[in-house]
Design a protein around this ligand. Structure first.
Ligand code: GLU
Length: 311
């Protein structure tokens, strides 16, 4: 299919049949349970929303149900940090795939406290530390950005999930202290952890996230027509999503799906087809890497069907 023709009208008839196929994997994965408040989510949910670069949105299934965005928040905190620090952000945060679990401590020690990339937990904590140094109200300012990008004033943090994460966040605290020991963390650990957990506990729907990530498909310009990032900053975020967005399954995702993506342990995955569309698929059960099983499957069969891997 010619990519010049790609719009939501061509994708729409595929949503229901492909969702039915992907839903067959429900029952084979496991809802995240290391954050107790997350394991209460009904595991049989499935939603998908697509937003094309003209701002048209289509959706199917549980696409307007808010869910915990978890690590998808790392994408948006990175955007905030790039806007403030630009190139200097990368002085002590890497840009390489980690090949390790998203919350691994081992690599951080051998890499002298420099996280491999901003999408693993250590890297996102370092990004939140940089934001803490420059923003007056990091939690509020992230919510404000998301409400604007998704054009939804009702987006908010689930405080019960945030509290649950904080109470069970010893690994994240360990990473932050390790970075502090290597002089790569400026602010009090507890303060940054609180922002980080609040960011992860934000709830958005597939429709919200497809809209909120549209600027990544549209050279940095959001649904409101506002420039969020310049073109070169945008392509670099997409490059990081392509290489590091699905933790240590990023290579497999590039191989099977062929789009830059970012996942979260709430079961959401956002993916971008530059110049064409943004998509969010959600289903809570995860595979062994922490990525949604049914959402990954849906994206794989969608890109197979339309032959739209970017590679
Ligand atoms: N809040 C989760 C954590 O810190 C995010 C993990 C994820 O979505 O990958 O472990």
């Amino acid at each position: 299919m010619s990519l010049a023709q790609l719009n939501v009208d061509q994708i729409k008839p595929l949503l229901a049949p492909l969702a039915e196929q992907a839903r067959k994997l429900i029952g084979q994965g496991k809802v995240a349970d290391y954050i107790p408040a997350l394991k209460q989510v009904a595991s049989n949910q499935f939603g998908v929303a697509v937003c094309d670069i003209n701002g048209n949105v289509i959706s199917f299934g549980d696409a307007t149900t808010p869910f915990s965005i978890q690590s998808i928040s790392k994408l948006f905190t990175l955007v905030q940090a790039i806007k403030i620090y630009d190139e200097t952000l990368w002085e002590k945060i890497g840009k390489e795939p980690s090949g390790q679990r998203f919350n691994s401590l081992v690599q951080l020690e051998t890499d002298h406290g420099i996280p491999r990339n901003p999408f693993i937990n250590a890297g996102a904590l370092a990004v939140c530390d940089r934001l803490e140094s420059r923003l007056s109200a990091p939690n509020y300012q992230l919510i404000e950005l998301l409400q604007k990008l998704a054009k939804n004033p009702f987006i908010k943090t689930n405080l019960k999930v945030a509290r649950s994460e904080l109470e069970h966040g010893s690994r994240n605290a360990a990473m932050a202290y390790l970075m502090k020991a290597f002089d790569n963390f400026a602010n009090p650990v507890e303060k940054v952890l609180e922002s980080y957990c609040h960011h992860c506990a934000i709830e958005m729907s597939c429709v919200d996230l497809a809209k909120a990530t549209l600027f990544l498909a549209n050279s940095g310009v959001d649904l409101n027509g506002d420039k969020i990032l310049d073109r070169s900053q945008t392509v670099r975020i997409n490059a990081l999503m392509a290489t590091c967005g699905l933790y240590d399954a990023s290579g497999e995702f590039a191989f099977q799906v062929g789009l830059p993506g970012k996942s979260g342990v709430g079961g959401g995955i956002v993916a971008i087809h530059p110049k064409h569309f943004s998509i969010c698929v959600w289903s809570p059960e995860l595979d062994e890497f922490g990525n949604s099983k049914a959402a990954t499957e849906f994206l794989k069969i969608l890109t197979d069907e339309l032959k739209i891997s970017i590679y």
